[in-house]
Design a protein around this ligand. Structure first.
Ligand code: SF4
Ligand code: SF4
Length: 405
């Protein structure tokens, strides 16, 4: 069986013009994504090669733009991540599967009845109108999710919409969208949920998590959760108003963009872009003052990067708009301005803007000043001008905003 899977994989790779060398290089990138050593590459390759032995997976879509599907499918020129996902036993993948209508539903129902599968969920859970905003095969999206979630071994939420409702739950949230974990808590379904935000999801993270599930935990969801370092972030559910603890893999979401940003040296030197089209922009200075949310966004985009590791937002000249954050559209718009929301304390408690904007804004400003003073104390900022300039900038900005967002 393993031999067959091995052959099937390499046939698939060859047809798509991907060499064995490319494949092993890709396995190396998964190791880097997961924070594993190079020595793990052969084991990762073996885990993927035995793909046919994987537990089956279902990919369901809720309220979304299908951007995560696009991100993973890379329809014009599939990369190794796409091919690897193809060989996983994805029994149902609404937007790209060949099967349709009753045949597709039958495969899904059989998979659910047999159990022991991974559920990959894309999109928000639209609870409004009793779920009537999304109906597939005569059932609401809520019913589909409940059925599939109850029997799944684990759920991987791909993209920010599945995590907390994403852009779909942006004000006024007419469809009463929320995230999978919040919905399942409300329904009393305890299947473990792992969250992979950003808009869209990075395909390498999806593959990395599936490989980690197999490689580290040997197909055992409880072991996977026990052995995979996670960070927990608490939100208030957009629809139910309850506290919800979300689990994120620490290797992917344990550090901020800012921690790994190649422009960080400019931040520390007080060298900022204040206007697009300026000399500072041409010099590649820090984008903080034109809205970069890197300091409060916990994803490792600078490490994995995008489009076959070609580049990522800040490297290509755009401020990070914080799509890996929580309630990211309401909190981060307008995208090209600095805002006042941030993580506080140990970095795991999320502070929403609005009523506490003035307080949070003060903390942002204070944090930057402390950071600047630290740089100065460490001799990394000469003189003190950049620190003072940053402090002045924050003071003026907050005064202009009148403590409100
Ligand atoms: S561009 Fe953004 S992430 Fe990079 S150093 Fe500046 S503020 Fe931080
Ligand atoms: S760098 Fe920021 S905006 Fe870009 S994908 Fe990552 S989290 Fe989203």
């Amino acid at each position: 069986m393993a031999q067959e899977a091995h052959g099937a994989l390499y046939d698939l790779l060859a047809v798509r013009g991907v060499s064995r060398r490319d494949f092993l290089k890709y396995c190396g990138s998964i190791a880097a994504t997961l924070g594993l050593s190079e020595a793990m590459v052969p084991q990762i390759a073996a885990a993927i090669e035995s793909g046919a032995k994987l537990k089956p997976a279902l990919w369901l879509n809720g309220g979304a733009c299908t951007g995560c599907t696009e991100s993973v499918a890379q329809a014009d020129s599939p990369d190794v991540a796409t091919i690897v996902l193809e060989i996983l036993s994805l029994n149902y993948f609404e937007t790209v599967m060949a099967a349709a209508s009753d045949a597709a539903e039958k495969v899904k129902e059989e998979t659910i009845a047999e159990g022991g599968y991974i559920l990959i969920y894309e999109g928000s859970v639209m609870t409004g109108f009793e779920g009537g905003t999304l109906v597939v095969a005569g059932k609401t999206g809520l019913e589909h999710l409940k059925e599939a979630a109850e029997n799944a071994e684990a759920i991987i939420c791909v993209g920010s919409c599945a995590v907390d409702g994403g852009w779909v739950m942006g004000r006024p949230n007419a469809a009463e969208a929320t995230g999978v974990q919040g919905f399942l808590n409300h329904e009393g379904i305890a299947t473990p949920v792992v969250n992979l935000p950003t808009c869209p999801v990075n395909p390498e993270w999806v593959v990395a998590m599936v490989v980690q599930y197999l490689l580290v935990a040997g197909d055992d969801a409880a072991k996977f959760l026990e052995m995979t370092p996670m960070v927990t972030r608490r939100i208030t559910d957009a629809v139910y108003g309850t506290d919800v603890d979300l689990l994120f893999p620490k290797s992917l979401f344990g550090q901020t963009i800012h921690d790994n940003c190649p422009r960080r040296g400019h931040f520390e030197n007080g060298e900022f872009v204040t206007e697009f089209g300026s000399e500072e922009e041409a010099l590649g200075y820090c984008l903080y003052k034109v809205g970069c949310k890197g300091p409060q966004t916990f994803t490792q985009c600078p490490v994995t990067r995008w489009n076959r590791r070609a580049s990522w937002c800040v490297e290509s000249g755009s401020p990070c708009i914080g799509c890996g954050g929580l309630n990211w559209v309401d909190n981060n718009t307008p995208f090209l301005m600095r805002l006042s929301d941030m993580w506080l304390g140990d970095g795991l408690t999320y502070v929403q803007p609005g009523s506490i904007a003035a307080v949070a804004g003060g903390v942002v400003a204070a944090g930057l000043v402390v950071h600047g003073l630290g740089m100065k104390a460490a001799g990394r900022v000469p003189g003190g001008a950049p620190t003072e300039e940053m402090k002045e900038y924050d003071r003026k900005r907050m005064a202009k905003k009148g403590g409100d967002k």
